[in-house]
Design a binder for this molecule. Structure first.
Ligand SMILES: Cc1cc2nc3c(=O)[nH]c(=O)nc-3n(C[C@H](O)[C@H](O)[C@H](O)COP(=O)(O)OP(=O)(O)OC[C@H]3O[C@@H](n4cnc5c(N)ncnc54)[C@H](O)[C@@H]3O)c2cc1C
Length: 399
């Protein structure tokens, strides 16, 4: 099948994995995101519902749409359902909680379990973690500041430059970071390092670069994430690849923290790190995809987006450079419960596709579910598109 046969409007492929009942439920859910009161009070109501013993209701509705289960075992169904359509799973431990060394150790152990679950399993092509899940934000923030001020590129030098109270946190965080990346590389499992707020990112970049240079000797096992809504990321990408120290892996995203970034920059009076508008973000995103494809001999990418144009561009460039579709070195990724029209149609056309499958106890993933509900609210946003596609498929099945 050539790229010209690919259509994201094919709802019969997009929703073949959903029964009529499941589609109706998804329609009800996406419609409910349009009630502002639900979005405002939803998170508190959800927490209260869990305490009142109504966990089952949440689990069978919004949780079921966007999460795989409460633990790795419970994700088996989601993994198998996606695998039936050739789509890979990325087990994403999405618990957001208190920051303590005990919690960081526990999260690290959980991510190690996802790596073990992925080992030798073609249905789970990637694993993922957030650095703030294994290292304190305060430590990452101070480290990022120190790195930015002094252009430090050495982990130990950062440790020396930190305040005394953050030195052990940095050492422990880095040790966990490397433990995860090493375990992934030894298990021949690719691992994504998620991108976070810009004021934490220099430290995350330094750790990810260290891991890539150490472990990506033969191929990219460790992937850093680049947020193309930042106006400095394209130059960063070009500079890093020009160094040519290893194989590079990048997950390309637009970025999830725009409002927060802009508000902080304004409040603290520094230059906004975000592009001036969406057009500029889109342009840099697509340039980054093109640049990585041009350098495919040493750059592996995951085009992680719900944007149809950028996904299509990926398929066109695979064609242009005559690269194999069925190779995880260039792949596509979306979140569970969103943009199935992209995931399932790409996979149906032979491209490598994966989906983040978040999991964790219902109460602990409420912040994640809240973000999904918020970004799916408003008829003009993602929800308009998701709902329109679901309704089109319901209508098609009835006709
Ligand atoms: C598999 C996967 C993994 C992800 N991992 C991460 C991650 O590690 N870190 C992270 O931060 N995010 C991550 N995201 C979220 C991602 O960054 C985007 O927020 C989300 O995917 C929406 O962008 P889009 O490319 O899908 O689509 P679009 O709907 O085309 O783009 C929306 C995005 O464009 C940008 N944008 C919107 N308006 C403006 C404006 N006025 N000016 C400048 N830019 C604007 C914002 O980034 C916004 O999120 C991930 C997403 C996916 C699908």
């Amino acid at each position: 099948m050539s790229t010209s046969d690919l259509s994201f409007q094919n709802t019969s492929v997009a929703f073949a994995h959903k029964s009529n009942g499941e589609l109706n439920k998804a329609r009800w859910l996406f419609r409910s995101f349009n009630y502002p009161a639900l979005l405002t009070y939803g998170p508190a109501m959800a927490k209260a519902a869990v305490f009142l013993g109504l966990k089952f209701t949440i689990k069978k509705t919004i949780f079921q749409q966007f999460c795989g289960g409460e633990n790795i075992k419970e994700c088996d169904n989601a993994i198998q359902n996606l695998a039936k359509s050739g789509i890979g799973t990325i087990l994403d431990y999405s618990v957001e909680g208190e920051e303590s060394e005990v919690t960081f150790d526990a999260t690290c152990e959980e991510v190690l379990k996802t790596i073990q679950r992925a080992k030798g399993n073609t249905d789970i092509p990637f694993t993922v973690f957030k650095t703030t899940g294994i290292c304190s934000s305060a430590v990452l923030e101070e480290a990022s500041h120190v790195i930015g001020q002094n252009a430090i590129v050495d982990i130990q030098l950062v440790a020396n430059a930190l305040s005394v109270e953050n030195q052990s946190g940095w050492k422990n965080g880095f040790a966990r970071f490397m433990k995860l990346c090493q375990s992934a590389a030894e298990s021949k499992v690719r691992i994504f390092v998620d991108a976070e707020e810009s004021w934490l990112q220099a430290a995350i970049d330094l750790m990810a670069t260290h891991a890539m240079e150490m472990l990506n000797k033969e191929q990219a096992w460790v992937y850093n994430t680049l947020q193309m809504y930042r106006h400095d990321r394209l130059a960063y990408l070009e500079r890093q690849v020009a160094e040519g120290k290893c194989h590079y892996g990048y997950k390309l995203v637009r970025g999830a923290y725009m409002e927060k970034e802009r508000a902080r920059a304004k409040a603290m009076g520094y230059q906004d790190p975000i592009q001036p508008n969406k057009t500029a973000t889109d342009a840099d995103y697509n340039r980054a995809v093109s640049f990585c494809m041009e350098n495919h001999h040493r750059v592996a990418i995951c085009i992680a987006t719900h944007n149809e144009q950028s996904s299509l561009l990926g398929t066109e460039l695979l064609n242009k450079y005559q690269l194999p579709k069925a190779d995880w070195n260039v792949s596509f990724s979306q979140l569970l419960g969103m943009s199935d029209h992209i995931s399932f149609n790409l996979s149906n056309s032979g491209y490598k596709v994966s989906k983040y499958v978040p999991y964790g106890p219902v109460l602990s993933v409420i912040p994640y579910l809240t973000r999904r509900a918020q970004e799916n609210s408003g008829m003009a946003g993602q929800m308009g598109r998701e709902l329109a596609l679901i309704e089109a498929e319901i209508k098609r099945r009835k006709s």
